[in-house]
Ligand binder design. Structure first.
Ligand code: ZN
Length: 275
């Protein structure tokens, strides 16, 4: 497969996985607040179902309205068990009354309430409850209903991640002489290590080009392990010991810097956990 195709595929799969992750992150940010769950439970205890607590916070009011509609339907409503499910087209309430006890008018009112909930969920931002939402597909399985502001926020996040990927590909191309011709190694390191890696590879490239050693020094491995950057180079016998030593020194310095940063970052995480 030509390298361009491989890149395009990598890029597509990165975009897909970032979208999916972003969808999950957003869903977590939008979880229904405990005080809202409590409020719904208190107001509508008779028909309350735990599945309502899994719905996003922005939908609290429309779910509350649905419960109110149920309450209004009549005294046979005791026979209802209701369950909520978020579907790609909005939130669906499944209600199973004991039909034999219900008047057709009550069945009709129930269907209308279910329909209103579904339609309202499509137009109500899951994040902030603003009524101008539209469906925003994030990844293959997640569709969120977001207002313009939150849609823009989600899309800007995704665009920044894709741009970061493209920048790394561009940098990889700039450094092409340091990699074996058929190498497909990518330089997708985290933001923390990227400046360190950039500086190290640029310094190595400069030495290799100045001393006519293109094709004699190759970077064979760039990897991150728990935030720590590792770089491996291979030299053939045209490379003099002084150059070899100089390049190894650049690599060691980069790895040392990365080690310092990852220690500092994990300390910061630790402090955040303590707080
Ligand atoms: Zn919103």
């Amino acid at each position: 497969m030509p390298i361009e195709d491989l890149r395009a595929r990598q890029r597509q799969s990165i975009i897909r996985s970032q979208q999916h992750q972003l969808g999950l992150d957003c869903s977590r940010d939008m979880e229904m607040k405990p005080e809202n769950i409590e409020k719904l439970q208190t107001l509508h205890g008779k028909n309350w179902h735990q599945s309502a607590a899994n719905l996003p916070d922005g939908w609290t009011e429309i779910v509350g309205n649905f419960f109110s509609d149920l309450d209004d339907i009549g005294d046979l409503v005791d026979a209802v068990s209701v369950r909520f499910e978020r579907c790609p087209d909005g939130v669906r309430a499944f209600a199973f009354p004991e039909m034999s006890q219900w008047h057709p008018q009550q069945m009709h009112a129930l269907r209308i309430a279910q329909r209103v909930l579904l339609l309202k969920s499509r137009e109500t931002c899951e994040w902030c409850a603003k009524p101008d939402a539209e469906p925003v597909p994030l990844g293959e399985r997640v569709t969120l209903f977001l207002c313009e502001e939150h849609k823009a926020k989600a899309e800007a996040k995704l665009a920044a991640q894709v741009q970061a990927f493209d920048e790394r590909v561009k940098f990889r191309d700039e450094m092409a002489t340091l990699f074996q011709p058929m190498s497909v190694m990518s330089l997708q390191v985290t933001d923390l290590n990227l400046p360190i890696l950039r500086k190290a590879l640029r310094d190595i490239k400069r030495i290799v080009e100045e001393r006519n050693l293109v094709g004699h020094v190759y970077i064979t491995k760039v990897l991150e392990d728990e935030g720590q950057l590792f770089i491996t180079a291979r030299y053939d016998n045209k490379v003099d010991p002084a150059t070899n030593y100089e390049i190894e020194d650049i690599i060691h310095h980069a790895q040392w810097q990365s080690d310092q940063l990852s220690v500092a970052a994990s300390k910061e995480d630790g402090n955040a956990d303590d707080a």
